[in-house]
Design a protein around this ligand. Structure first.
Ligand code: AMP
Length: 350
């Protein structure tokens, strides 16, 4: 088991080899629950130009739930709830066979997902118990981006057709199953079209504000749900003045801007407990404010907003088709306005 104690070390560590090697070993030893899906379809919607993956993932049927409160109950989390969560918390002492990096920048670990949606699905978890409801710290944003740069750089160099993205589900309606703080990393389907890439393509990095129309967050108008996307500042490691702290500050600034949007929207709809999905790729980050963890019996976390729909069985898969991808996402988030770009948000109030 290894230890990585700086961003520089994390940048240079061969994470991909470590993750794939450990996954293969854990899979053959039966330490994780994974099987190739026997139903995996890519669906293109001509009208919106959005792409979806619809897949049956059997491991979802056995994935445990360890939430502090159940979605839809509007119940406040108490100490008793937290004590119950701690009794069966899988991330406090993760299984050694699943532990990729035992100590990362002092306070974190990397572990394989025991019930992965895709091969090589893994998690960044805090060593100490920290609630999932809340914000990401600047250092966490920097760790996530460094991991994405590391893995996607490697995947590109070996000619892979896939990439990693990262996501964080926070708040009682965000669709999470574990209450201990965790951020996830998952591979996209090969050659998958990601609408956020199109939104940020040909956009230069800028610091956002709500006053100047050209400096607001970006969005894809054909999505049915409110969301906000920002382009990340490029990282220039070749530059001799390169400073990790500066990268971290910029990430935090963008993230807090997006969080204020979540607060604005949640206030407008009288939501007491904030829930949101946060998704990050090498060169963009996005938030989706949430009002419901599920629509009918279809649960959603960040994945649907990435176009990825994983069902635990054929019945759920058929129900997703019947309801429609965009309808499910609209009901779990907030309906996008026809003139979304004209909506005024208050950057300094909520
Ligand atoms: P979420 O449902 O977004 O809260 O993500 C929690 C993830 O933790 C799920 O994808 C589970 O498959 C995963 N998980 C649950 N138990 C364990 C465990 N014992 N070790 C590693 N990962 C786990």
């Amino acid at each position: 088991m290894s230890s990585i104690e700086s961003i520089k070390e994390l940048r240079e560590f061969d994470l991909y080899d470590r993750i794939t090697g450990m996954f293969e070993t854990a899979e053959s030893a039966g330490d994780l629950v994974y099987s190739e899906s026997n139903y995996d379809e890519i669906i293109k919607d001509e009208e919106t130009n959005l792409e979806y993956e619809l897949k049956i993932v059997e491991a979802l049927s056995v994935r445990p739930n360890n939430r502090a409160v159940e979605p839809g109950m509007k119940e406040k989390v108490t100490k008793d709830h937290v004590n119950e969560v701690l009794k069966k918390n899988p991330f406090l002492k993760p299984e050694p066979e699943l532990t990729i990096v035992e100590s990362l920048i002092s306070d974190y670990r990397l572990i394989l997902n025991k019930y992965p949606n895709t091969k090589y699905h893994f998690l960044l978890v805090t060593k100490e118990f920290t609630p999932q409801d809340g914000l990401l710290k600047p250092i966490e944003l920097l760790i996530v981006r460094t991991i994405l740069e590391n893995l996607n750089g490697k995947l590109k160099s070996i000619g892979s057709k896939t990439r990693y993205f990262s996501f964080f589900n926070s708040g009682p309606e965000s669709g999470y199953s574990q209450y201990h703080k965790h951020i996830q990393f998952m591979l996209l389907p090969e050659n998958f079209r990601v609408y956020q890439d199109d939104v940020v393509r040909n956009v230069d990095f800028y610091l956002p504000n709500e006053i100047d129309e050209r400096k607001g967050p970006l969005f894809y108008p054909k999505c049915s749900f409110k969301h906000s996307i920002l382009k990340l500042a490029p990282i220039d490691l070749k530059h001799e003045d390169h400073d990790d702290e500066e990268d971290e500050d910029k990430l935090a600034l963008l993230y807090m801007f997006l969080i204020r949007r979540v607060l604005n929207i949640s206030k407008e709809f009288n939501i007491e407990q904030i829930s949101y999905n946060f998704i990050m790729m090498n060169d963009w980050m996005m938030v989706v404010p949430r009002r419901s963890a599920k629509y009918e019996n279809i649960w959603q976390n960040s994945l649907g907003f990435m176009g990825i729909f994983n069902a635990k069985n054929v019945e759920i898969k058929d129900k997703i088709i019947e309801l429609g991808f965009q309808k499910i996402l609209e009901e779990c988030g907030f309906k996008i306005e026809e003139q979304e770009k004209d909506v005024m948000y208050n950057e300094y109030g909520y």
